[in-house]
Each structure stands twice: as structure tokens, then as C-alpha cells.
Design a protein around this ligand. Structure first.
Ligand code: DGL
Length: 234
């Protein structure tokens, strides 16, 4: 029997990791849970996120998943330690804001991070910041509005967004409100610290053009998932 690789997120966000993984490992079977009944996760308490994540994991394990990708920064921050402790035989891959490469590459010494409150409150983010971003100014910006915008653009019944609903002047205005203050403060790297945000990448990049590089760890997470599958002979 071929066992699938499971992915979950509060909604459509994590499909950017799913797609990157499918490009790298086209022969793997995958199952994706978009927990839209409980989206957004961003403002929920860690206990709630653990409970919701555990429910997603149980559904994926009932489908015999051999590895689980927590395709959500917020769920990784709140729940991955607990999930690993509760399911020691299953490898879990998580995602956290790519603060380290951003800090290393920044020339201005100012880095902007867009994420949910849950991610900014998590241990992982704060440890990474203390270890790798001590010498840069990190501007942390909660951008929950982006999650709502992306979820509204989901094509009913499909695991995809309608780009026409994202490339609008109204969406660009919201994106500018969040990103322009970071650029004015000198940020030359903008980290997408929520898996919903890469869906807005064309708009974000047009706002950042000539000022800042946009950094998204989805590809790196997909490569890590492939490495772990290979290392464990899965
Ligand atoms: N896509 C999620 C993340 O990476 C969560 C967004 C939300 O539900 O608030 O953080």
C-alpha cells in the first residue's frame, strides 16, 4: 500500500507548500485538510490550536499518512511540540517565518515580518529571533486581513484561489497599508510568515518592487519534507 503524505492548514494557505512538494515529489500521494470550519487560527489560544491541529492529525492518520506537514505557521508555533510528543512514530514537518535568511541577507539591517499574532507569540519565532536576528531591527506586523482576503478568493469546491479576486485595487490598498510603513522604516527584506500570504505574492511584490525582497520559505519546507522521507526510508 502507498501511504500518503498529509498536510493541513486552517484553509487554503498551505497549498503553496503542497504544490512545492508535489513538484519535488510527483510520485507521492498527498492528502490536504483545509480546516475552513475553524479558519482563521491566527487569534485563537494555543490550547485551541492544539485541539484543532490534533483533530486534523487524527483525520490524516486514519488515512494512514506516513508523514504530516503542518502547513501553517500558527499551528506549528502552538502545536508542533505537542503533536510530536503525542505521535512519536510520525515525522512532523513544520513551518516558521524565514527570519534567519532575511536577517543574514539584509543590507539595511531592517527586516519586516508579516504573520499572525499566534506565530509572533510562539517559542519558535522568538528563539529564532534571539539567535539569528539580534543585529537587525525586526518589524513584526500582524496581517490577519490578508488571510481573510485570500480565503474569500477561494474558488468554491476547489483547492485554488481565483487570481482575479486578488489582483484588485482594493486588495492592493490593504497590502500597501501593511507594507508601506515597513518600507518607509527601511526594511529591505519582507518575510511572508503565514502560508496564506504567498497567494498574494504578485501584489506584495509589486508594492515591494525596488525596495525589498520578498522571502517565502515554502520551497525550503518542501525540500525538508523530501529529505526526511528519504532519510527515514519512507
Ligand atoms: N495559514 C496560517 C499560517 O501560516 C494561518 C492563518 C490563520 O488561520 O490565521 O499562519
Amino acid at each position: 500500500m502507498t501511504r500518503p503524505v498529509g498536510f493541513f492548514d486552517s484553509g487554503i494557505g498551505g497549498t503553496c507548500i503542497l504544490e512545492a512538494f508535489r513538484r519535488l515529489c510527483p510520485d507521492e500521494e498527498t492528502i490536504y485538510i483545509a480546516d475552513t470550519a475553524h479558519c482563521p487560527y491566527g487569534n485563537r489560544s494555543p490550547d485551541e490550536i492544539i485541539r484543532l491541529s490534533e483533530a486534523c492529525v487524527r483525520r490524516l492518520l486514519r488515512r494512514h499518512c506516513k508523514m504530516i506537514v503542518v502547513a501553517c505557521n500558527t499551528a506549528t508555533a502552538a502545536a508542533i511540540d505537542t503533536l510530536r510528543a503525542r505521535h512519536p512514530r510520525i515525522p512532523f514537518i513544520g513551518i516558521e517565518p524565514a527570519l534567519k535568511p532575511a536577517a543574514l541577507r539584509s543590507r539595511t539591517g531592517v527586516v519586516g515580518v508579516l504573520a499572525t499574532a499566534g506565530t509572533f507569540n510562539g517559542r519558535l519565532y522568538n528563539e529564532t529571533k534571539a539567535r539569528f536576528a539580534r543585529n537587525v531591527t525586526v518589524l513584526a506586523t500582524v496581517a490577519d486581513e490578508f488571510v481573510t482576503i485570500v480565503e474569500r478568493a477561494v474558488i468554491p469546491g476547489r483547492l485554488a484561489v481565483d487570481p482575479a479576486r486578488l489582483n484588485t485595487p482594493a486588495v492592493e490598498r490593504v497590502v500597501r497599508t501593511k507594507i508601506e510603513p515597513l518600507l518607509r522604516a527601511g526594511a529591505d527584506r519582507i518575510v511572508l510568515g503565514c502560508t496564506h500570504f504567498p497567494h498574494l505574492r504578485p501584489v506584495i511584490e509589486s508594492v515591494c518592487a525596488g525596495h525589498a525582497e520578498v522571502i517565502d520559505p515554502a520551497e525550503a519546507v518542501a525540500r525538508q519534507a523530501r529529505r526526511v522521507l528519504q532519510a527515514k526510508g519512507l
